[in-house]
Design a protein around this ligand. Structure first.
Ligand code: NAG
Ligand code: NAG
Ligand code: NAG
Ligand code: NAG
Length: 347
């Protein structure tokens, strides 16, 4: 009799515990759904128990419409690996990455993504999208974020801000991607944006005055002071001058993707291209699982630098400069499968 009583009491204690646990999980479930409603990306992308992350979805797609793209992206990855192998065979330069090399890698912990931003390759829009993804519901439409806001460094976390162990964990488990563009089109886009527009005098002051001083004979006082009318020819001279290399890394707007993102050291899982921007960008968003609720902002810039425009600028520089510029950007051409532009006079 005593035993049964003890048993009963134990039973009721178990019941109370079960009840308390049930109540607890009920509250958790409610809380969970509240979060989900505020931020649809969290539920689709990352935090659902047992869900696959974007990296797994890329290499082993469960959605049939993603399988076709998987083949294309495998070919692009292979191209990078091959170019890196050729390069390391022909170069003695070997170096180990330091956290300082990871400043361009933007991290989204919620969706386990790393995006290496390359200026002049839709990077403002990608930063906006990364702010939506990491914003925990703060934003829903990327275009509601002003472009200057997207470039405020503290709005996004970069990989160099983590400890070495955390960096390695993220490099191993996150989907790492970048977007690239035909190197000379990117270069002309940077030149037009920083030297031919009236508004950005900080580039005129920082680079323009130096370029005019070094490469223009008999420059006017005004040009020396303002640096506001740098010719493409002078810009090209500046880029290929060994003295420029000695000054330190190039500005990020004309630095090579090779130097910005280190694709021979960091294995990028996905290489997007500016030429197929929307398709590639929305592919990433579908891998993340947010493709239904978040679209990459579509582009309609009429001032966009085109291939024909690039050819015009290159027709104004000497053959020697063309060859030197090709040498400077050669790795970007090879790694990302851009052919030698037909307007170049390489021999
Ligand atoms: C490289 O470009 C060529 C020509 O545009 C194309 O046929 C080929 O499929 C591309 N290869 C990769 C890996 O993208
Ligand atoms: C001009 O360039 C500087 C340096 O990159 C940047 O901080 C500033 O926001 C730019 N101004 C405009 C109006 O784009
Ligand atoms: C330098 O520029 C001034 C004014 O534009 C001009 O009078 C002069 O002939 C120029 N000298 C040379 C060597 O080009
Ligand atoms: C090419 O050079 C000519 C002569 O200096 C100049 O008038 C023209 O604007 C230049 N074109 C481009 C696209 O830079």
């Amino acid at each position: 009799m005593k035993q049964t009583l003890a048993e009963l009491m134990r039973m009721s204690r178990i019941c109370r515990m079960v009840f308390a646990t049930c109540l607890g999980s009920f509250i958790l479930v409610i809380f969970y759904f509240q979060i989900m409603r505020r931020n649809p990306f969290v539920v689709d992308g990352c935090c659902r128990k047992g869900s696959r992350n974007a990296l797994q979805e890329l290499y082993n797609p469960t959605q049939p419409e993603l399988s076709g793209a998987a083949v294309l992206h495998q070919a692009r990855r292979d191209q990078v690996v091959d170019a890196c192998r050729v390069y390391s065979a022909s170069s003695r330069k070997r170096r180990v990455l330091t956290p300082g090399d990871l400043k361009h890698l933007v991290v989204d912990e919620d969706h386990e993504l790393i995006y290496c931003y390359v200026p002049k390759v839709a990077c403002t829009n990608w930063k906006r999208v990364m702010m939506v993804l990491t914003g925990r519901g703060k934003y829903s439409d990327p275009m509601e974020i002003p472009s200057n806001e997207a470039h405020v460094p503290s709005n996004l976390k970069t990989l160099n801000q983590y400890s070495i162990a955390e960096i390695n964990h993220r490099l191993k488990n996150y989907l790492k991607f970048l977007f690239v563009r035909e190197p000379f089109e990117r270069l002309v886009s940077a030149y037009r944006n920083k030297f031919t527009l009236k508004y950005n005098s900080s580039f005129h002051k920082r680079f323009g005055t130096r370029i005019v001083r070094r490469y223009r004979k008999n420059a006017t006082q005004e040009a020396l002071l303002n640096g506001a009318d740098v010719k493409f020819k002078e810009f090209a001279e500046y880029l290929v001058d060994p003295a420029t290399q000695r000054d330190g890394p190039l500005n990020e707007h004309w630095q090579t993707v090779y130097q910005l993102c280190h694709p021979c050291h960091i294995h990028y899982d996905m290489v997007g291209k500016y030429e197929t921007l929307e398709e590639d960008a929305n592919y990433v968003l579908r891998l993340v699982g947010v493709g239904d609720s978040l679209r990459f902002p579509s582009y309609a810039k009429s001032t966009r630098t085109t291939d024909a425009m690039t050819a015009q600028f290159f027709s104004n520089i000497s053959t020697q400069q063309q060859v030197q510029l090709y040498q400077l950007y050669k790795l970007d051409f090879l790694m990302f499968n851009y052919s030698i532009p037909s307007y170049l006079r390489l021999d």
